[in-house]
Design a protein around this ligand. Structure first.
Ligand SMILES: Nc1nc2c(ncn2[C@@H]2O[C@H](COP(=O)(O)OP(=O)(O)O)[C@@H](O)[C@H]2O)c(=O)[nH]1
Ligand SMILES: [Mg+2]
Length: 443
């Protein structure tokens, strides 16, 4: 049986390292200590103990390292867990992998299986499990903070609180159905409607966050757009501080979208260089322009570059893209100075001299910060959560127009189920407790 197997895996990154950590979880986990370690007595729980590590069959010494013993249920997975901290050499880790694989009922863990077991054993809800993946993937400070907050249960608690409130509403509804003849508080029906309205409002507000949390996970996208030869690729390279895109005086050099990842004051940014906007007989270049325009549409922010060599002449195709989500620059400011006073509102920059680049970075950072502004409330972080919340709000909305209490109760139940799917808790059977605790029917 799959779920009965004891699983193990290298928990630290593969490759050469000072220390490699193996994690073992399952009913047979302590066998890893008894069969591999010398001395083979199981150490005190949660205390690091130095042990020699041997192959269980050949008894050849593999390494020495620290052993940690976490008896169930006080472990990450809720099962018996053993951690082995050995030296992080390739030969050591492969010998240890072989040794563990040789133990009866041991097998290599599948991706995410430790966390999955933790969820199945009630150690985490789904939002916390997802937060672990986000913490591991976090590349910037803002991503790390958001993931940690979610890992600490901020989102799970929010959704569970909403679900608990609906449990109350449903309890009253069920009571008014089941005990229609009994003495129920008179304002019960009104209160339910009020509660449902309030919840819809809170969910709607939570949804209308400009995708702040999702953006933070995935990266804020900025598309560099403008006419050919304006210096878009040069600007990408200057901002990325490396030669990611080819720069040339030949117009039409950039044809595909080139992406670089940046960390702007802790916020993850995906900066994309695009083909210069112009009509072209070259089918590859036209495709490049099509992709550029597609990028312009999808981007969270457009960084529009005009060519200072021809300024104040502006390219109309580029100009038509300017809207509220745009930062405009005039590049080649080194050429500009000699001819006319610098424009104020498009930021004058020169990728050649570096002029204006700090101001541009500051403007971009400010634009991003205003979009990620911390409202104090935990942000929605995944499309999965968004879909479930939208569904839940729809059920609630429908419940308000339901003609029969039974139909209304069903809508509320569906709304609860949608919320429950976010955290992975879908049972709704704790209703009766609340009914009998909250008001005493037929006493
Ligand atoms: N004088 C001057 N030339 C620049 C500047 N930035 C880029 N160029 C030149 O403009 C030409 C086009 O640059 P490129 O980055 O390939 O433009 P793109 O077609 O918009 O990607 C190249 O010859 C660059 O060396 C600048 O700030 N000043
Ligand atoms: Mg280019």
């Amino acid at each position: 049986m799959v779920s009965d197997a004891t699983i193990f895996a290298l928990a630290s990154a593969a490759g050469r390292a000072g220390v490699a950590v193996f994690r073992v979880s399952g009913t047979q986990a302590r066998q890893a200590i008894i069969k591999l370690c010398q001395p083979n007595d199981v150490p005190n729980p949660r205390r690091a103990s130095l042990r020699a590590i041997h192959h269980p069959a050949t008894h050849e010494k593999i390494d020495q390292g620290l052993i940690l013993w976490f008896p169930a249920p006080h472990s990450f997975t809720g099962e018996d867990v053993v951690e082995i901290h050995a030296h992080g050499g390739r030969a050591v880790t492969s010998a240890l992998t072989e040794a563990l694989r040789d133990l009866p009922d041991f097998r290599l863990a599948e991706p995410g299986e430790f966390t999955r077991r933790a969820f199945e054993n009630g150690k985490l809800d789904l939002t916390e499990a997802e937060a672990i993946a986000d913490l591991v993937d976090a590349e910037t400070e803002a991503q790390r903070r958001q993931a940690l907050r979610q890992f600490e249960g901020a989102l799970g608690k929010l959704y569970e609180d909403w679900r608990a409130r609906l449990t109350h509403v449903l309890a009253y509804l069920e009571a008014s159905i089941d005990f229609a003849d009994e003495d129920l508080p008179k304002d019960v029906a009104e209160k339910q409607t009020d509660d449902i309205r309030k919840l819809i409002e809170e969910i709607t507000r939570h949804l209308a966050d400009g995708h702040r949390g999702e953006r933070l996970r995935e990266g804020f996208s900025i598309a560099i757009l403008g006419p050919p030869n304006a210096g878009k690729s040069s600007l990408l390279n200057a901002l990325a501080r490396r030669e990611a895109a080819i720069v040339s005086s030949i117009a039409g050099t950039t044809r595909d979208v080139i992406e670089v990842h940046l960390d702007l004051n802790g916020y993850p940014v995906i900066l994309a260089d695009t083909a210069g906007l112009r009509e072209s007989a070259d089918s590859i270049e036209s495709e490049g322009v099509r992709r550029a325009l597609q990028r312009a549409e999808q981007a969270d922010l457009k960084l529009i570059v005009f060519d200072g060599a021809v300024w104040p002449q502006r390219d109309t195709a580029t100009e038509s893209l300017v809207d509220d989500d745009t930062v405009v620059v005039v590049n080649k400011a080194d050429l500009l100075e000699a001819r006319s006073p610098n424009p104020q509102s498009p930021i004058p920059v020169s990728t050649l001299t570096g002029q204006g680049l700090p101001e541009l970075l500051q403007t971009l950072t400010r634009a991003i910060e205003s979009r990620f502004a911390d409202t104090g409330a935990p942000a929605l972080t995944r499309a999965r959560h968004r879909a479930a919340l939208e569904e839940s709000a729809q059920h609630l909305q429908r419940s308000l127009t339901a003609t029969h209490p039974e139909l209304r109760a069903e809508d509320v139940r569906l709304a609860m189920r949608s919320l429950g799917r976010i955290t992975g808790r879908v049972d709704v059977e704790d209703l009766l407790d609340i009914i009998f605790r909250d008001f005493c029917i037929g006493k």
